[in-house]
Design a protein around this ligand. Structure first.
Ligand code: NAP
Length: 300
């Protein structure tokens, strides 16, 4: 059993910021992640709306945040937390490798890709169906790809893929995009992106066990070698959902990032928030660590 003041679950921008601030407040901490530090930043090609650093590769911003945490003595442990219980005013978080006892817990476990639910999707994952353009895009150099979705991720990744693939077909269920206007304007102007608006993907088609295209609900078929499904996110909150109030799986917090369970805080994409950006996650992490410091001083 490892002991600390604050256990931070998730090392994306919210968790890494909270780690930096928590260390500076003088609280001992352990930060864990079930993957590499950086969270969804690792899935982004370029980030261009994080103030002060200009255009930057997602992995580079992740590396910088991890380094800043390391500089104040914080190492991210590779660990998956499966449940949390409260005992004698403290929290015991159960992981695969160890258990962690802490005065407060910060959930910054982020969100994962949502599935589309189209016929053929599950069978063709890794055979042309992907949820990560920066991870799998390079496999489709000079080929045709379909992108499904109309949010920031679909728009950003359609633009990224347009530089690699021969052609990109963007399929979106409405005629307006949910994503930022600046991105939708770039997408509309991009010569090798074809829009298929007010369309849904009904079925992902295959030949010889690999993606060969998609069938739309309009009856049209698009020939393609890859299908990138970028239709939003689902929160990584299952391990704590019995302890805190949630809305559609996202953890409810107040303005200080405190959840319905005293001593458990949440920040970043896992919580109910109108905006899911690196900058908002960073702000959440800073606020949470401040509130946690206050909670620890008032409670122990
Ligand atoms: P999102 O904003 O929730 O958008 C999801 C998109 O997928 C929407 O256009 C939605 O259509 C569509 N969709 C959802 N379910 C669908 C279904 N079953 N069939 C067809 N289409 C479906 O998700 P996101 O784009 O992944 O972004 C997640 C968060 O990260 C957002 O807060 C976003 O702003 C942020 N983000 C920001 C940046 C950036 O600032 N550069 C980059 C990436 C992500 P409707 O529009 O019709 O609902």
């Amino acid at each position: 059993m490892k002991e600390c003041d604050v256990l931070i679950i998730g090392a994306g921008p919210a968790g890494l910021t909270a780690a930096l601030y928590t260390a500076r407040y003088g609280n001992s901490l352990i930060i864990v992640d079930q993957g590499a530090p950086g969270g969804q930043m690792l899935l982004m090609d370029e980030i261009e709306n994080y103030p002060g650093v200009g255009k930057i590769k997602g992995f580079e911003l992740a590396e910088r945040m991890e380094k800043e945490a390391k500089d104040v003595g914080v190492e991210v442990l590779f660990e998956e937390i499966s449940s949390i219980e409260k005992k004698d005013g403290k929290f015991i978080s159960h992981g695969n490798d160890d258990d962690y006892i802490s005065k407060a817990v910060l959930i910054s476990s982020g969100a994962s890709h949502r599935k589309l639910g189209a016929e053929g999707e599950d069978e063709l994952v890794g055979r042309g169906v992907s949820y990560c353009a920066t991870c799998d895009g390079p496999f489709f150099r000079g080929k045709s790809v379909v992108v499904v979705g109309g949010g920031d991720t679909a728009l950003t990744d359609a633009l990224y893929l347009s530089k690699i693939a021969k052609e990109v077909h963007l399929v979106h269920r409405r005629d307006e995009f949910r994503g930022q206007k600046i991105l939708s304007e770039r997408v509309r102007k991009c010569e090798n992106i074809t829009l298929h608006l007010k369309r849904n993907v009904k079925k992902i088609l295959s030949e010889n066990g690999k993606v060969s295209g998609v069938l739309l609900d309009s009856g049209e078929e698009i020939r393609a070698d890859g299908v990138f499904i970028l239709v939003g996110v689902v929160p990584n909150s299952a391990f704590v959902s019995s302890l805190v109030e949630t809305e559609n799986g996202f953890i409810k917090t107040d303005g200080k990032m405190e959840t319905s369970a005293s001593g458990i805080f949440a920040s970043g994409d896992v919580r109910t928030t109108p905006l899911r950006q690196v900058s908002s996650a960073v702000g959440d992490g800073a606020i949470a660590s401040h509130a946690i410091d206050e909670y620890i001083r008032n409670t122990f």
